[in-house]
Write a protein that binds this ligand. Structure first.
Ligand code: SF4
Length: 300
């Protein structure tokens, strides 16, 4: 069985305990303006052009003209030409690896073998494999097969999910996932629709169902200045998960490090100017938590 992934990251330390391999599946039903992995959003392969690596050698074409053009003009030129022609040829020809295809169909066997090769690091650090995205529930059969195979290998598994998928798919994963990292971004329906492109009903009802089946759930709340980091939203999410009997929530402070990826895709990133939260603001948001909730402020 094959699925489309855009990256496999070894030695990751921010996506669960210990040293982990993170498998990033491509494609997401949400369209959050602040997405940290914009190359994950589309379901098909996409071309990236990294102008900082480009030395204007001209091997990809237009050699004389593009040296006088801006990098955005050159990006458009390279990407348009790549779409018209065999993009593989351009990618291989570029001596600087400035053109890259994001998104590759891979067999479950190959993905699991690549992850299992790092078993010794998981065993010594208490780590494992995190299945992330994009949205893993958007490729449910592929995700389930990977999770089953990792369980057979005895490797600790985390599923990072927005919760936007069918309950039957999420439910079928429960026996094979050790811990769920479940994103909640906005509690209010109209704000959720406005900023993520979907209503939160499915996400919230899936979490209600999941919390009846397992307590191995950590909620992840990305704090986006002016979008999700106001006291009303954070408090509503705290109280929602407390009603479900959940205990763990991770606050993810804002960082704009993904801006370059938007440039590589030829897209604008409208949130790059937003300031990071101050330590005082983060502590203030953490202090709103009702008793019994364990709030962790994560580093990035
Ligand atoms: S082949 Fe690569 S380095 Fe050379 S001009 Fe094209 S993108 Fe730039």
């Amino acid at each position: 069985m094959k699925g489309i992934i855009f990256d496999i990251d070894h030695f990751a330390t921010h996506d669960g305990p210990g040293i982990r391999t993170v498998i990033f599946l491509k494609g997401c039903p949400l369209t959050c303006a602040w997405c940290h992995s914009p190359e994950s959003q589309e379901f098909g392969p996409e071309l990236l052009y990294m102008s900082s690596k480009c030395i204007s050698c001209g091997i990809c074409g237009q050699s004389r003209q593009h040296q006088t053009r801006s990098s955005s003009q050159h990006r458009t030129q390279v990407l348009e030409r790549s779409r018209r022609e065999q993009s593989d040829n351009l990618i291989t020809a570029c001596p600087q690896s400035a053109i890259k295809l994001s998104g590759e169909l891979k067999e479950v066997d190959a993905v699991v073998a690549q992850a299992a090769a790092y078993r010794v690091f998981y065993e010594h650090s208490g780590g494992g494999v995190t299945i992330s995205g994009g949205e893993p529930l958007a490729q449910p059969a592929f995700t389930l097969e990977i999770a089953k195979r990792l369980r057979l290998e005895g490797i600790h598994t985390i599923l990072e999910t927005s919760g936007m998928g069918k309950w039957t798919d999420l439910n079928s994963l429960i026996p094979y996932i050790d811990h769920f990292y479940y994103d909640l971004k906005l509690f209010d329906s109209s704000r959720h629709l406005k900023h993520t492109g979907v209503l939160p009903n499915v996400i919230q009802s899936n979490l209600e169902n999941l919390s009846r089946q397992t307590r191995q759930i950590a909620i992840r709340l990305p704090l986006i200045p002016g979008y999700t980091d106001d006291e009303d939203n954070v408090s509503e999410i705290y109280h929602f998960i407390q009603r479900l009997g959940l205990k763990q929530i991770h606050l993810l402070p804002y960082n704009a490090s993904s801006e370059a990826k938007y440039t590589w895709l030829g897209r604008d990133y409208s949130l790059g100017h937003l300031p990071k939260q101050t330590p005082e603001k983060l502590l203030s948001l953490a202090s709103l938590a009702p008793e019994g909730l364990e709030v962790s402020i994560m580093t990035s």
